[in-house]
Structures are given as C-alpha cells and as structure tokens.
Design a protein around this ligand. Structure first.
Ligand SMILES: [Zn+2]
Length: 340
C-alpha cells in the first residue's frame, strides 16, 4: 500500500492491480475510516481531555417511573439528572484539567441521535450514560371490603297448564378487590457496554442474556439497520478500538460501587439496543444506577446521600481509569484520589 514497498506486488502471485475493483474500494473505505480515527493508532497513550456525561431521558421522555404501591412516584429522568449534576461537580474537582461536559443540565429532551452527535462534536474521549432500571412489575390484589349483590334464581313448578315460573330474589356479599403493583426485590447497580462484534471464547463466556433490564427504551427513537454495511463497519471499529476500554471502565465502575457496600450486579454486554453507545466514537458505558421499582433503591436514588455516593464511586473509577490509560504512576493516583 505504501511507496516504500515497491516490490510487494512483484512478490505476490496475484498483483494488487488484479484484485477486483470492489475489493480495493473496500480496503480504501476501511483505510479512510481508520484515517479519521487516527488517534487510536498512536503509540503514546491518548490523553483524556473530555468526558461526556449523559443524564438519561429528559423532557417528554420520563424513563422509568415509580409505580408500585408505596412508591415516591419518582421519574428516572429526574434521578439521572440529579446524579449527573453531582458527578459533573465531583469530576471537575478530581480532574480540573479535564473538560466535563453534560449533554443536558435541565429537563429537556434529546434524541439518542442528538446525544451521540453531541458527544462526537465535543470530541469526547469517554461517554458515560447515567440511567436507572425499570422492570415489569407483578400485580397483586387484596380484599378491602364487601358489597351486597342481588341476584335471582328461577324455577318452575307444576305441569302443563299449571306450570308456574317462580323467581326468587337473593342477596350475597362479594369481596371488593384492590389491585396494586408489587415492588421488585431486585436492587443494585450494573453497567452495560456494547458487546464486541467478533468476540473470542473468553469474552463469549462473559456474555449473558438479558437480566431483564428495560434498557431498550433508551434507544426507542433509533431505527437502525443492524445488517447495513455502515453499521457493520462501525461495529468493527468499536470492537477493535473501544470494546476493551469500555469493558475496563465498566469494571472499574462496578469495583468502586462494590466498595460502597452497594449490591454489585456486574458488567453486562449487549449486542443490540444500546445505539447511543454504538454511535459514539469513543469508549462508552451505560450505568444502571439502581431500580426505581425497588423500595430501598428508589429511596436511595432520591436521597442526597445515595446520589453523592454513586457520583463519588463513578468519579473514583474514572480517575483510576484515566491514570491507567495515561500510564500515570500510583503515586499520582493516590494524590488524585486524595484530593477529594
Ligand atoms: Zn433509562
């Protein structure tokens, strides 16, 4: 491909010029993509200059809603914004030389396309989405009283012309039922990443099906053709350059969450349904901070203490990740961690 190797074609039994046009076009296409993603090829560790924080949902998109009996009635979009604002503040203190940019700071709607474009336009080095889980709740019922109901029975007496119809009125008590949503017993924090397109056996072993997280709603506005060449090409780039980093960052987040004593639900990979992570050309994670539909988690997620604890855990993970990525010493790590 380069001018420094003029003998390459002569060494090949089939010179490059004999490759069909479409094959050459394909390599050119890949080469162009790699050119525009040139930083990933640099040997020196890339400095993390910009981190994009994305509070999930917003505006007319409420996300998950507390609807079980006894719920605070909280909306996911408010929880994600509150945690994100604390996270932005904590990150600015811990990494004053890094741009920390939230996709939204108020209750506004942005499509996943707009969010991905925002992250790319701001040249983010990391993309962190903050969400809270939704689950389908079971319905329970209880008897809250009785009401009287009248009903009639009919019988016939006699035969032939003397046959008579006798209708009798009765009353009976019927229970009055009340239906309610039962909160989920599931609680804790998990982190999602987009699965690598071509995975080896070891990574495949880590792959798991759906935990039951309703994360698909994150991408409800995206209509994507997973079979299109564009999707496959960018999925390949993700696999080659961003998957391992995303996985590392997600693991760091879960480690720090576990240290708080909170239930660590682990790192989960998904092949589809995380369009916003896929569209950002940078390592990206989606943190499901907790369950709006769980009694304890809903209160934790709405409390200043809970929001701050999660924000600080994510901050420590990002500091750790950045130190690793930039090849900093442990001493610097300790200093950076101790600034808090
Ligand atoms: Zn969500």
């Amino acid at each position: 491909m380069t001018q420094k190797k003029p003998n390459l074609e002569m060494l090949l039994s089939k010179p490059l010029s004999r490759f069909p046009f479409f094959i050459k076009s394909f390599f050119l296409f890949i080469a162009v993509i790699f050119f525009f993603n040139a930083p990933v090829f640099s040997q020196t560790p890339r400095k993390i200059k910009t981190i994009i924080i994305d509070p999930g949902h917003g505006g007319q998109d409420n996300g998950a809603r507390g609807e079980y009996e006894g719920t605070l009635g909280s909306l996911e979009k408010n929880i994600t914004l509150a945690i994100s604002m604390k996270l932005v503040k904590d990150l600015q203190e811990a990494m004053p030389d890094v741009n920390i940019i939230p996709t939204r700071t108020t209750d506004v709607f942005m499509s996943v396309h707009e969010k991905a474009k925002f992250a790319n336009d701001h040249r983010g080095d990391l993309f962190v989405c903050i969400h809270a889980d939704a689950v389908d709740l079971k319905t329970g019922s209880r008897i809250i009283g009785y009401r009287k109901e009248t009903y009639h029975t009919t019988k016939y007496e006699g035969k032939g012309k003397h046959r008579k119809k006798i209708v009798t009125k009765h009353t009976r008590e019927v229970p009055i039922k009340q239906y309610y949503k039962i909160p989920t017993s599931r609680k804790g924090t998990s982190t999602l990443i987009l699965a690598a397109r071509q995975t080896n056996d070891k990574i495949k072993a880590l792959e798991a099906g759906d935990l039951g997280f309703n994360t698909a709603e994150n991408d409800s506005t995206a209509d994507i053709n997973y079979e299109s060449p564009e999707y496959k090409a960018s999925a390949l780039i993700y696999t080659q350059h961003y998957f391992k980093k995303s996985y590392q960052l997600a693991s760091d987040v879960q480690d720090e969450i576990a240290k708080t004593g909170r239930n660590d639900l682990g790192v989960w990979q998904r092949q589809k349904g995380l369009w916003v992570l896929h569209a950002t050309q940078m390592p990206a994670i989606l943190i499901e901070t907790g369950f709006v539909a769980n009694y304890d988690d809903e209160r934790y997620l709405n409390s200043d203490k809970g929001q701050e604890e999660i924000a600080q855990a994510i901050t420590r993970a990002l500091v750790k990740y950045r130190n690793q990525a930039e090849g900093r010493t442990t001493a610097t790590t300790a200093a950076a961690t101790n600034t808090k």
